[in-house]
Structures are given as structure tokens and as C-alpha cells.
Design a protein around this ligand. Structure first.
Ligand SMILES: Cc1cc2nc3c(=O)[nH]c(=O)nc-3n(C[C@H](O)[C@H](O)[C@H](O)COP(=O)(O)OP(=O)(O)OC[C@H]3O[C@@H](n4cnc5c(N)ncnc54)[C@H](O)[C@@H]3O)c2cc1C
Ligand code: SF4
Length: 507
């Protein structure tokens, strides 16, 4: 059953076996697995209930409805924009569908550094298979690869780089290019159409437009979650609480509930920081249409860290903000958008052994943005480490070379100010650009790691249970112990599925 503000019966005291906060990858998988065993499951989701009829492809309507903070969430100094879905289905409702398994070398690193032998490839294989089947993961067929993705395959071949066609989770996708505003055709097999659907069919109840603001553990088998819908408080009493609010929101909720023993909640933020370049061609690229991210070229060094390139469809609400040129020239350049292609450069961050990122509540003077606040406000801090910077600029150079090799006439890297490049020989010039906050346009759609799973220093154990709070679980992108080095949806689903297999929430 789905409860919305319109259908809520005003019952403010609800008892359940399991209360899950958040309906993205982590929440949806947990709800499906536990409801199929006959437990009573309640999902509490702050975002609205949305279906294909809502997805009218109109960014002005949909960005405020589907994205946290109108898609303007960012680090304190605004140097990295962080995209987060806030809707039924979480970020999967707006994501770009790339569906990749966690690389074996990453899982091996987790075993070595964090003692997570239970997550070695031989244990995760069947979870990946099960998820890929449920989400209809398949390789994008050759005929459906858009021109702006084809340049990655062609350019990388010319430059002798490793490249491949990517898989995604769609069914009968017509390539309308609206993934970032929700799929109007129910082609994207996001959580709403898969694991949340399963959970609802098994009897779970989803409270939407409902914001959970406090978790109070009373005993191992009794927890109270307080939430608001329409400014009214609802108290959920549950045997187990599962926090699945994402790697940004889960640590904030745990901190505001005082569940911070161990001092690790909110630390170890990784982002897969992203920059980009836009290239102008003589031929039509139609960057606002087509299946997003159907090809990649990648470079990882022998430590397993490096970068990969992808080409999402150009969401105008993102392009408008991130386009590297300002003033009257921007107007002129944007007129050439239909003959432009954007390649994004994503970095597996943490190459220097750790990331310098944290999510927490702060008050007082914030030296990153110069503001003074008396009330505590959410704060996200992140600095790109030296090796990750190097990988970003290497990736940017490669993206520019790919564009010129495939016929681009002018390329603008997302630097501030952006140089106008007209020849492949200028690509290495990006390394001379100062790497300072807001001198390079950065964003992220992949926050991870802020409630690290670890046998050593971490927030949760291998079953997802908080080390200091029995009965409280974290199951979402925040438990990934390191950045995964691929788009993380499948990694989160598989890790959550495995954590439940290992502990079954100790029920
Ligand atoms: C634009 C975009 C494109 C992406 N493209 C890809 C891609 O192609 N491939 C890929 O693998 N990954 C992609 N991702 C990333 C992927 O979707 C996320 O990593 C994944 O969905 C994270 O799962 P999660 O469970 O951690 O959190 P989310 O999916 O973000 O879900 C968290 C949910 O919890 C809710 N919530 C938070 N706090 C509260 C609270 N206090 N009370 C109630 N509800 C709360 C939020 O509203 C949200 O709906 C993309 C993400 C974005 C934003
Ligand atoms: S590109 Fe495909 S999956 Fe994405 S919104 Fe369009 S039809 Fe849906």
C-alpha cells in the first residue's frame, strides 16, 4: 500500500517489524527481501510518490519534485555539486541506468583492508545475477548507441584505449533522453518498477512525502522513528530500523539522532568526482536524445585507481549551470547545442589511501563559505586528493583527444575560465590549469562511504548493523567501504542483498 498526504488516514502511531528510511537502492532491496519472508515492512520516504504520468519532461516542474534541494546541493564552498534524487525510488528514479558489477579488484581490496572476506567475488556473484535478472540488465544494442556515445568508442579505438559498450537496466527504451527527469515510458527498470513493486506486492506499506527526523533506540527489539507528514508527527515503533537515506542523508539523520559512537559516522565520503568537456562538431549530435551512457573508455593504474569516461544525455537543467562559458558568448555557444557532445570524466577517488570528505552538522563560522550560523546546518566538505586530481586531469585530456579524433572543431573543457581548444595538440594544456575550488567545474552523482562497513574501524559490521546500536542498520550507498570505481547502483544493491543474506537483520 502506498500512503500519500491525500490518502493518509491520520493514524499517528504505527507498529511494524521493520521501518526502512528511504526508498532508493538500499531501501528498496531491504523492503523486498524482508517482506518476502513475511515480516511487516514500512518504508518512509521523504520524496513524493511519482509514476510515469508525472514525468512530463518539463524540468521546471520536475527538478524541484525529484531532486534534493532543486539539484543544487553542494559542498560548503559550492565547488562540487552533488546530485541526489528525492522521490519514491530515490536516485534510481532519475538516474542514467548504467548497470555495472563491482570490479573484482575492488572487492579484493575490501577483504584486504576491511576484513570483508564475505564480499569476495565468489560470494557476490549470485547476487549480481539475481539483480541483473530482476532489473533486465543488458548491453545497449549497437543500433541504439547515440552519436555522442559512439564518439567514445571510435575515439578510444583510434587512441588505442580500453573501451566497451555498457549495460543498462531498461526494457523497450525508446531513447527519449529524459532519464534524469524520470522515465515517461516505464522503460527504465528503476526501484519503483522492480524491488519496491515486489515489496508492495508482498504487503509492505510506503509512507511517501514523509520525512524521518529522529531514531530513538529503546532496546534491541524496540525503536521509535519520528517522522513528519504535512507538519504532523507520526511515530513508528519497530523491531528493526534500517537507514537507507543515501550517503549524504543517512549520516545526517544518525547524527541528529545522537547515534554517533565510534566517531566514524559521516566520515570517509567519496564522490567519484566528475568533470567534463563539451565538443562542437559539424554534424548533428542530438545530445538531448538517445540512451544515456551506452559506452565507456577507461584507465585504471595497477593500484586499481583511475578514471573512466561516459556520455550522459545532456540534461538542459544541468548543462545550463555547468556550461563552462559565461556572458553573451554562452548564448551563442548554446545555440550550437544540437551539434555538441559532452563527455564526463569520473574518478575512482581514494587513490592516496583515503578521501578527504565528511558530512556533518555544523554551526558557527564556516570558513569554506564565510557564513556564520547559530543553528546547526548540514555541511559537506570534500577536497580532491593529489592523485585523484591527476587522474581527473588525465581523463579530461583523454576526453578532449577523443573529441578531436572524432571530428570536433572546438572543445571547451569545464574549467574556469575555459580555454577554447581548436586542435588535439592543445589537450595537454589542461594540466597547466590551477586545480583550485571553483576553478574546475566538478559534480557528483555517486556519494558513497559515510557509514563505512568494516570489521575494523567503521560504522556497520558485515551485516549492516551499527556497531554500537543493536537493531539499527544502515543499508545504502553509505556502507560501501571505498569508492567502487563504476557507477554504483548495482554495487549498492548487491552489497545490501549480501548483508541481508549474512545477518537477516538478526530477526
Ligand atoms: C542524476 C543521477 C544519475 C545517476 N546515474 C547512475 C547510473 O547511470 N548508474 C548507477 O549505477 N548509478 C547512477 N546514479 C547513482 C545511483 O542512482 C545511486 O548511487 C543510488 O541510487 C544510491 O542508492 P541509495 O539507496 O544510497 O540512495 P538513494 O537512491 O539516493 O535513495 C535515498 C532516498 O532516501 C530518502 N531519504 C533521505 N533521507 C530521508 C529521511 N530523513 N526521511 C525519509 N526519506 C529520506 C531520499 O529522499 C531518497 O529518495 C545516478 C544518480 C543520479 C542522481
Ligand atoms: S531514454 Fe529510455 S529509459 Fe530513459 S527516459 Fe527515455 S525511454 Fe525511459
Amino acid at each position: 500500500m502506498i500512503i500519500t498526504p491525500e490518502t493518509w488516514d491520520k493514524n499517528k502511531e504505527i507498529t511494524t517489524d521493520i521501518a526502512i528510511i528511504g526508498s532508493g537502492c538500499g531501501g528498496a532491496m531491504t523492503a523486498a527481501r524482508l517482506s518476502e519472508q513475511g515480516y511487516s515492512v514500512i518504508i518512509i520516504e521523504e520524496g513524493e510518490y511519482v509514476s510515469k504520468d508525472d514525468f512530463d519532461q518539463n524540468a521546471r516542474n520536475l527538478v524541484p519534485r525529484l531532486y534534493r534541494q532543486n539539484a543544487s546541493l553542494g559542498t560548503d564552498d559550492q565547488s562540487i555539486r552533488i546530485l541526489q534524487g528525492k522521490a519514491f525510488g530515490g536516485s534510481t528514479t532519475v538516474n542514467w541506468m548504467t548497470s555495472l558489477r563491482t570490479p573484482d579488484w575492488v572487492l579484493e581490496e575490501w577483504a584486504e583492508r576491511f576484513g570483508l572476506n564475505e564480499y569476495l567475488p565468489e560470494h557476490l556473484g549470485k547476487h549480481f545475477e539475481m539483480i541483473e535478472k530482476r532489473l533486465n540488465v543488458h548491453q545497449v544494442p549497437d543500433y541504439a548507441i547515440s552519436p555522442y556515445n559512439r564518439i567514445i568508442l571510435d575515439g578510444a579505438k583510434m587512441l588505442d584505449l580500453h573501451q566497451k559498450v555498457l549495460p543498462n537496466n531498461s526494457k523497450d527504451c525508446i531513447g527519449c533522453g529524459s532519464c534524469g527527469l524520470g522515465c515517461p515510458y516505464d522503460a527504465k527498470q528503476d526501484m519503483r518498477l522492480t524491488y519496491l513493486k515486489d515489496a508492495l506486492e508482498n504487503g509492505a506499506t510506503a509512507y511517501t512525502s514523509t520525512h524521518a527526523y529522529q531514531i530513538s533506540p529503546e532496546s534491541r527489539d524496540r525503536h521509535i522513528v519520528k517522522a513528519t507528514m504535512q507538519n504532523q508527527t507520526i511515530r513508528f515503533q519497530a523491531k528493526r530500523v534500517v537507514v537507507s537515506g543515501s550517503a549524504i542523508m543517512s549520516p545526517l539523520l544518525l547524527q541528529s539522532s545522537g547515534l554517533t559512537k565510534g566517531g566514524q559516522v559521516g566520515k570517509n565520503l567519496s564522490l567519484h568526482p566528475v568533470t567534463a568537456a563539451i565538443g562542437q562538431y559539424d554534424s548533428e549530435m542530438h545530445p538531448t536524445y538517445g540512451i544515456p551512457q551506452s559506452a565507456t573508455a577507461e584507465y585504471f593504474d595497477d593500484t586499481g585507481y583511475g578514471y573512466w569516461l561516459e556520455a550522459p544525455d545532456l540534461e538542459l537543467f544541468l548543462a545550463g549551470v555547468n556550461f563552462p562559458i559565461i556572458g553573451p558568448q554562452r548564448h551563442e555557444e548554446l545555440k550550437k547545442l544540437s551539434k555538441s557532445a559532452v563527455i564526463i570524466v569520473l574518478v575512482r577517488d581514494g587513490a592516496d589511501g583515503k578521501t578527504d570528505g565528511e558530512v556533518r552538522w555544523r554551526r558557527g563560522y564556516n570558513k569554506q563559505n564565510g557564513r556564520i550560523t547559530l543553528k546547526k546546518v548540514p555541511s559537506i566538505r570534500y577536497r580532491v586528493s593529489p592523485t585523484d586530481r591527476k587522474h581527473l586531469m588525465m581523463g579530461l585530456e583523454t576526453a578532449i583527444k577523443i573529441m578531436f579524433s572524432t571530428g570536433a572543431k572546438r572543445v571547451f573543457p569545464f574549467l574556469n575560465p575555459s580555454p577554447e581548444l581548436t586542435d588535439i595538440s592543445q589537450a595537454p594544456e589542461v594540466h597547466k590549469h590551477p586545480f583550485q575550488p571553483n576553478r574546475i567545474s566538478l559534480f557528483s552523482a555517486h556519494p558513497q562511504g559515510t557509514c563505512r562497513m568494516s570489521k575494523g574501524k567503521g560504522v556497520v559490521d558485515e551485516t549492516g548493523q551499527m556497531k554500537h546500536y543493536p537493531g539499527v542498520y544502515v543499508l545504502d550507498g553509505s556502507i560501501l567501504p571505498t569508492a567502487v570505481g563504476v557507477n554504483p547502483m548495482i554495487s549498492i544493491l548487491a552489497s545490501v542483498s549480501r548483508a541481508i543474506e549474512l545477518g537477516n537483520l538478526n530477526l
